[in-house]
Design a protein around this ligand. Structure first.
Ligand SMILES: [Zn+2]
Ligand SMILES: [Zn+2]
Length: 182
């Protein structure tokens, strides 16, 4: 018996009908569309806001075993810099690639299948985007972060320093080095 697959929701913008794609290797269809982002497309620190625009540029290609979907998903990213805690607003493109097997074949857990002539892109989109997102996102590669003493955003003034804030345990040593700034 074939495993039970959850029924794709025909109303979902991430579900594509495959009627036109004859089961003939080589047949292909190009789809360029904008869809609203599904919920929870991200991790705890950065992600795609629900209902924001996702631009899909996809190619559906009939191959021997099924339909191969390749292309890109361009998404809006919102998050918080792990160093300076500033908001991150970015747009990024992710490569999407998934082979949807024709029904009537046992598939593994991590494989996808065409169900009732429909391809549900939700899982493939999550794999493409969420797995690629950083767990320590940065506003800039060389973000200077916050001053550990006062919390000042050092990106606003890279020369930010404190005078006379030396740990008492080191005050004797500081007299030896004479290393005072400004
Ligand atoms: Zn930052
Ligand atoms: Zn400071």
């Amino acid at each position: 018996m074939s495993p039970v697959h959850h029924q794709p929701d025909r109303r979902s913008p991430l579900v594509f009908e495959m009627h036109e794609l004859a089961r003939q290797a080589g047949t292909m269809k190009q789809v360029t569309t904008t869809v609203p982002a599904p919920a929870d497309l991200g991790n705890e620190v950065i992600g795609v806001p629900q209902d924001s625009d996702i631009e899909l540029d996809l190619r559906f290609e009939a191959v021997t075993e099924g339909v191969l979907v390749t292309g890109t998903a361009t998404v809006q990213l919102r998050g918080q810099c792990a160093r300076c805690l500033d908001d991150i607003e970015d747009e990024e493109s992710f490569d999407v690639q998934e082979l949807y097997f024709y029904p009537g074949r046992e598939i593994e857990d991590d494989e996808a299948q065409i169900v009732e002539e429909m391809i549900d892109l939700d899982e493939a989109l999550r794999d493409a985007v969420v797995l690629e997102l950083p767990f320590t996102p940065l506003c800039e590669e060389d973000c200077l972060g916050l001053c550990p003493q006062c919390g000042f955003n050092r990106n606003d003034d890279p020369d930010h320093t404190h005078e006379q804030q030396i740990d008492p345990r080191w005050s004797k040593l500081s007299g030896l080095t004479g290393d005072t700034q400004d």
